[in-house]
Design a protein around this ligand. Structure first.
Ligand code: NAP
Length: 307
């Protein structure tokens, strides 16, 4: 029987693990399919306080893990395949093995949605990115492409004009999903160009292990052409990793956990931390802060229950 099981090993999960371990709760961290979370997909992180020279995302999250382990947190690889929160103790199926927990912190994150092109997948971290705030800085004076037609795409395109000399927004339809105000702001920005009714067929150049351009197709005319770009940013939404909790933890229509205040979910003893609940900030530092909150609430909950 575990006092605290933390689902996810990104910065939310590992910060929760540091706090829970220091409270002597010997947390078990289930690392998940993408151990280290989204930070493990980024390069240099320059906005996490405390690292004036920046720190590589994978190194940052590995440091957090080592810090948690030094206080007694245990990490297991694999993912939660099934969860039963209907009775106490809670039960979790980790890759076929059921474990029991008094409290659970869900820090399973949200995964960036990708187009799914093999060339795109191979070039992640080499010019392909899903996070403008993380990687925009590397494209000073360069040409950038942003894929998507929602608020994120407009926000990221605007943000990226601080660095790039030209930002092209590529959207698959004529109409935008983005709110009027965000769209107008992007349209007023002289550095932003729009390509509508356009999809990406391939990202070049896997052979060079670097983004050099893309093959585009106009969905109306069928015309295809190549365009040179240095940075390729996806802003086509995120998918919160809550599938295995469906029907138990309350979520909104898109699957983000609905917070009941603080780190609480609708199930007493089950807490949320990080991007699995956050559709607004989605930063390493906010996820870490949320992990801290969840661990403190789990500790208080256990105390109140007399454990
Ligand atoms: P979103 O609103 O779901 O928009 C995703 C965009 O990506 C849509 O335009 C969609 O095209 C496109 N898309 C999805 N899958 C695609 C694919 N496979 N290929 C090509 N295009 C694809 O997501 P979001 O922009 O991340 O926003 C999520 C939520 O956060 C929204 O509620 C948004 O308002 C909010 N948000 C707010 C702010 C702000 O207010 N500052 C900033 C960012 C986000 P279709 O339109 O054709 O479906």
């Amino acid at each position: 029987m575990h006092d605290v099981v933390i689902i996810g090993s990104g910065c939310a999960g590992s910060t929760a693990a540091i706090y829970a371990a220091r409270a002597n709760l010997k947390p078990l961290v289930v690392a998940g399919h993408d151990a280290g979370g989204q930070l493990s997909l980024t390069t240099l992180v320059e906005n996490f306080p405390g690292f004036p020279q920046g720190i590589d995302g994978p190194e940052l999250v590995e440091n957090m893990k080592r810090q948690a382990q030094s206080f007694g947190a245990e990490y297991v690889s694999g993912a939660v395949l099934e969860a039963d929160f209907s009775a106490r103790p809670f039960r979790l199926d980790i890759e076929g093995e059921w474990i029991e927990a008094r409290t659970v912190i869900v820090a399973s994150g949200a995964s960036a949605r990708w187009l799914g092109l093999p060339s795109e997948q191979k070039l992640i971290g080499h010019g392909v990115s899903s996070c403008a705030t993380c990687d925009g800085f590397f494209y000073r004076g360069k040409t950038i492409m942003v894929i998507g037609g929602g608020d994120s795409a407009m926000e990221e395109a605007n943000f990226l004009t601080r660095f790039g000399r030209e930002v092209t927004v590529v959207h698959r339809r004529e109409e935008f999903r983005a709110s009027r105000i965000m769209l107008d702001r992007a349209r007023r920005n002289p550095k932003i160009k729009f390509l509508t009714n356009t999809v990406v067929e391939e990202v070049h150049d896997v052979g060079k292990n670097l983004v050099t351009g893309v093959r585009l197709r106009n969905v109306k005319s069928g015309e295809t052409w190549d365009q040179e770009v240095d940075g390729f940013f996806l802003a086509i939404g995120h998918i919160p990793n809550t599938k295995v909790f469906r029907g138990q933890i309350e979520t909104d229509a898109e699957g983000y956990i609905l917070s009941k205040g603080g780190a609480r979910t609708n199930i007493p003893g089950v807490f949320h931390a990080g991007d699995v609940q956050d559709r607004v900030y989605r930063q390493a530092i906010t996820a870490s802060g949320a992990g801290c909150m969840a661990a403190m609430e789990a500790e208080r909950y256990l105390e109140a229950e007399g454990h």
